[in-house]
Design a protein around this ligand. Structure first.
Ligand code: HMG
Ligand code: MG
Length: 315
């Protein structure tokens, strides 16, 4: 018993006290929707999430509308948001054209996105990994010169829909490349949700040899139902920034069958249970998840969201 208590105490002590959640619902959550989501709904979604306490949010993508038509209204979305001081609004910028639009819209953070897999890189941004890094170099320089926070995302860190397994060395190599471009934060992204706990822990630990652990973020799609388990595994090795999507919305246009990120509601329920602070109000997020699911005509993908809504309805 005493031994069990000690074990419990030491495990809890190894979790961070506070976690940052980056809400990706308005971008990753919506980008693969076939029916165009009206701009005013996108704006309302961002505003409601921020009102619920979200402090970091991916609001838009400045990408080619030919490739991702759903994100074509990025400038109008960012222009329409009620900007709340202290909240960081981010946008994806694959090239200089995207960055110019992001600077014009006055976002706080821009995201360059590469891949640990050649095949995915080609499908997602139409160039090889080496070419992508050449393309990102001036984007990174210009973003820093403009005073923007610079984040990079590494897709397919645990597996690729076209290439299969991905070696941890390929992830660490990308981490080094993005570090050398001056990135402030780097996302280890499980695009198709195939990673498992040990693999994630090894990946995070290996990445942290090349980049500060507190500046690494976990981006876990939940396709195989492993996202929460992987987040617990990542917390255990000290990761403290995680992406999540309200209502579990989403997928990737270049990873067929991939489901959304871990639902923000489910992640908050987990973190609240561990006594880890996020600054986000679970009940308020549950209402946003319910609202956006209704707007999209979809079943709410957040299990904690559905359960808490059902409890509210029956009380
Ligand atoms: P390309 O066709 O090789 O580029 O696309 P291009 O320079 O030849 O441009 C083609 C056309 O797009 C041109 O228009 C450009 O002006 C226009 P045209 O002359 O034919 O009329 N264009 C743009 N328009 C608006 N904004 C721009 C822009 N750039 C070019 N920024 C490119 C290359 C990278 C642009 C394209 O492949 C692209 O936009 N890809 C984006 C793919 C994407 O958004 N994927 C989803 C996001 S990543 C993700 O979800 C993963 C993540 O969640 C982590 C994870 O889960 O793994 C982050
Ligand atoms: Mg994603």
């Amino acid at each position: 018993m005493v031994q069990q208590e000690r074990l419990g105490a030491s495990k809890q002590a190894s979790f961070p006290k506070r976690v940052q959640i980056v809400e990706v619902g308005p971008r990753d959550g919506l980008q693969a929707e076939r029916t165009f989501v009206p701009t005013d709904i996108k704006i309302a979604l961002v505003n409601r999430l921020v009102a619920a306490g979200v402090q970091r949010i991916e609001a838009a993508s400045f990408v080619s509308p030919k490739w991702v038509p759903q994100m074509a209204d990025g400038a109008a979305v960012v222009a329409g948001i009620d900007r709340v001081p202290g909240v960081s609004y981010a946008a994806l910028t694959p090239n200089i054209k995207g960055l110019e639009a992001a600077i014009e819209s006055k976002v706080d953070e821009v995201v360059i996105f590469g891949s640990a897999s050649e095949a995915f890189c080609l499908r997602n941004i139409n160039c090889s990994v080496a070419e992508s890094l050449e393309r990102f170099s001036p984007v990174a320089r210009m973003a820093k010169d403009a005073g923007l926070r610079l984040r990079a995302s590494i897709s397919c860190s645990f597996g690729c829909p076209y290439q299969g397994p991905v070696d941890v060395d390929a992830v660490v190599d990308m981490v080094r490349r993005f570090r050398d471009l001056g990135c402030d934060e780097i996302d280890i992204a499980d695009t198709i949700g195939v990673g498992t706990v040990r693999q994630v822990q090894q990946g995070v630990e290996a990445a942290s040899m090349a980049f500060p652990l507190e500046c690494l973020a976990g981006h876990f799609h939940d396709t195989y139902g492993q996202a929460l388990a992987n987040i617990v595994g990542a917390l255990q090795v000290g990761m403290s920034v995680f992406h999540a999507s309200v209502g579990g919305l989403g997928g990737c246009p270049y990873a067929k069958g991939a489901t959304g990120n871990v639902a923000t509601e489910d992640l908050l329920y987990l973190l609240d249970g561990l006594g880890i602070e996020t600054g986000i109000d679970l009940d308020a997020i549950v209402s946003v998840g319910d609202w956006v699911s209704q707007q999209m005509g979809k079943e709410n993908g957040a299990r904690a969201g559905r359960a808490l809504m059902a409890r509210k309805a029956s009380s």
